[in-house]
Design a protein. Structure first.
Length: 166
């Protein structure tokens, strides 16, 4: 019985195709990456707290959708004005960070942190329950998870605004 040439040709094609793919090397993030992500997070909160919104914009890689919804009279691409209104009028608490704790790196481009904030009087910020919820349904929160991503250009970008309290 004679072997059919089609399966052999397909196998040879697959081997050749796989061999033609260039090898890619993925580098693990370094401690410098973790420090850079943490610095971006700290700088972002400090700039917002100081009202330096134009300088905070390049450190933000999250959505502006809620800020746009809260401020329909602002141009949707005036990112500094959207941040200003979020911090000064719309219930986002743009406090300084008290403690930023590194949690983990997920993949090569995502860094997870837990953040605690200081109120203007120097005490720990605690977000209580909202809108009639019980402490059981919505327990007080003083630690907030944050994600920092590394952009294709290598910059570190914070993906969330500070805590919101309606």
């Amino acid at each position: 019985m004679r072997a059919h040439p089609l399966p052999l040709m397909m196998a040879a094609f697959l081997v050749a195709a796989c061999a033609a793919l260039p090898a890619t090397t993925t580098l693990a993030p370094s401690p410098d990456d973790e420090a850079g992500a943490q610095r971006a997070l700290s700088d972002f909160f400090r700039l917002l707290n100081e009202g330096r919104y134009n300088e905070a914009v390049p450190l933000y890689g999250g959505s502006y959708e809620v800020m746009r919804d809260h401020n329909p009279s602002l141009p949707p691409t005036d990112f500094a004005a959207l941040m200003r209104n979020a911090c000064e009028h719309n219930g986002v608490h743009c406090y300084l960070s008290k403690r930023i704790t590194f949690i983990q790196i997920t993949g090569q481009k995502e860094f997870l942190f837990d953040v605690e904030f200081l109120t203007p009087d120097g005490s720990l910020f605690i977000r209580g329950q909202c809108c009639g919820a019980s402490p059981t349904d919505q327990p007080p929160q003083s630690v907030f998870p944050y994600r920092v991503i590394r952009s294709p250009g290598g910059r570190f970008l914070v993906t969330q605004m500070p805590p919101y309290v309606p």
